[in-house]
Design a protein around this ligand. Structure first.
Ligand code: SF4
Ligand code: SF4
Length: 453
């Protein structure tokens, strides 16, 4: 018995030290994120939590030491018990193609009174009232919008302009001589080179019809049926900088979106040209000039899952990414895609994005069947109408998502816990609420954007 008591006392001493170090480290991370409330809470816990363990050891309270040690052991076991995780939260394979003309960006480009405008609303009269609502608002990057900022909006528009200039480079002549390259070598080369170009995660997938829009909805080729399907795709993510995202829906978010769409577009154009140089047809899919539904391609390439807010949720940066896609006929090695059940299970419980959405466009409910497939769908009309009021692409959902926290040891450990422990998934949301708040306020924009001197 003496041995059990003395072991318990040592466990208490070690636990008090570990708790203090962990919570103190967490507070430093929160300070670095400028999350002062979270840092103070963390310091308070660093001081209070170790006390019972420390006192047990100092005053030789053997019974309490034994109880605390057994409690620790039981809690550790509980975290690794295989509580049930639903495997069918969403379904994966849409059975139809999306028509790009129905997307909000496409509808936003319809000029009132034009033939396209008349044709579209003749076909979809029910959408006319919904679209009139966003047309009444100031519009994206408009001077009359809520979050107008002269320099930030000019910078965002400069990025979107630069992307539009890449339009001619998405497709081009293919070199007549095809190089014989093994798919494994090509994939490894692109994984490494893509990262040098600025991509974060890169994956490959075989394409199905549902990855392609049925018809073009933007630009000169509006209404054209998309028929020239490549068989493979490379998908990649680029990171949205956290300090620009956490101030969403203020002007920094649209600046960052423009910048990262440009980054994704530039990388996609470069990789597509690289493949054409080697004799393989390839097309870059860039902002305003897509033939594919990027989140579906990226998901099937193994880069993440499509979450409650309808965006790709990546395991490392959550939705705080933009996507790039290149389609090609080069035959890439395709690995079996493993569905990320833990991410979807967490998303099903969390609902934080639904709580903060200013236009209440995100559902609090579990996924439901839409066009024969069980999934989440946001109300894209009310979301876009808010964008047109705000003048930015909002991004409050992206900024608030617990998966969007920075890529560091603290948050990666939490992501590890979410992935591996069903019990931890249940407590991770209340923990996030405790430290960051259930409806955290938008952060201040970086000073250099705010500074008007
Ligand atoms: S905020 Fe929560 S519910 Fe919303 S997408 Fe992120 S994990 Fe899912
Ligand atoms: S972008 Fe804004 S308005 Fe749209 S769903 Fe997200 S939080 Fe809601």
């Amino acid at each position: 018995m003496d041995l059990i008591y003395s072991t318990s006392l040592v466990i208490c001493l070690l636990s008090s030290a570990i708790f203090f170090i962990l919570m103190f480290y967490a507070s430093l991370i929160f300070w670095s994120e400028k999350e002062n409330n979270a840092a103070l809470k963390s310091i308070a816990i660093a001081v209070i939590l170790p006390l019972p363990y420390l006192f047990s050891w100092i005053y030789n309270w053997e019974i309490l030491a034994l109880i605390l040690s057994l409690d620790l052991l039981l809690t550790t076991i509980l975290f690794f018990l295989p509580f049930p995780t639903s495997k069918n939260i969403t379904e994966d394979f849409p059975n139809h193609q999306i028509d790009e003309r129905n997307t909000m960006f496409s509808r936003n480009e319809l000029e009132p009174g034009s033939d396209r405008y008349k044709d579209y609303y003749k076909q979809y009269p029910e959408k006319k009232i919904l679209d009139d609502a966003f047309r009444k608002e100031a519009g994206l990057t408009s001077k009359r919008s809520i979050f107008y900022n002269t320099l930030a909006f000019a910078a965002a528009n400069a990025s979107f302009y630069t992307i539009s200039q890449l339009g001619n480079a998405v497709e081009d002549t293919v070199h007549p001589e095809k190089q014989d390259i093994s798919s494994k070598y090509m994939a490894t080369f692109l994984q490494e080179w893509g990262k040098k170009l600025g991509a974060m995660e890169i994956g490959f997938t075989k394409l199905s019809d549902y990855h392609y829009y049925s018809h073009k909805g933007r630009g000169e080729t509006y209404g054209k049926e998309i028929t020239n399907h490549h068989k493979y795709a490379i998908a990649f993510t680029v990171e949205m900088t956290r300090e620009m995202v956490t101030a969403a829906p203020q002007a920094s978010i649209v600046m960052e979106s423009g910048q990262q769409y440009l980054e994704a577009g530039r990388i996609a154009v470069q990789i597509a040209q690289f493949l054409r140089n080697l004799g393989y047809p390839a097309r870059a899919h860039i902002d305003g000039n897509y033939q594919v539904v990027c989140p579906l391609v990226a998901r099937d390439a193994g880069l993440g899952e499509i979450g409650r807010m309808g965006l790709l949720m990546t395991p490392r940066k959550g939705p705080r990414v933009r996507l790039g896609v290149i389609t090609t006929d080069f035959e890439f090695p395709v690995h079996k895609w493993n569905k990320n059940h833990s991410l979807l299970d967490f998303c099903n419980r969390c609902k934080k994005c639904a709580d903060v959405c200013p236009s209440k466009s995100i559902s609090w409910n579990p996924p439901k069947e839409i066009n024969g497939v069980k999934r989440w769908q946001i109300n894209s009309e009310s979301c876009f109408t808010y964008w047109c009021k705000a003048g930015t692409d909002c991004g409050r959902c992206m900024a608030t998502c617990p998966y969007s926290h920075p890529d560091n040891l603290l948050h990666n450990s939490i992501r590890w816990g979410i992935k591996h422990s069903p019990l931890f998934r249940r407590i991770a949301v209340p923990l996030d609420d405790f430290f960051y708040g259930r409806k955290p306020k938008s952060a201040k924009m970086p000073k250099w954007i705010l500074d008007k001197k």
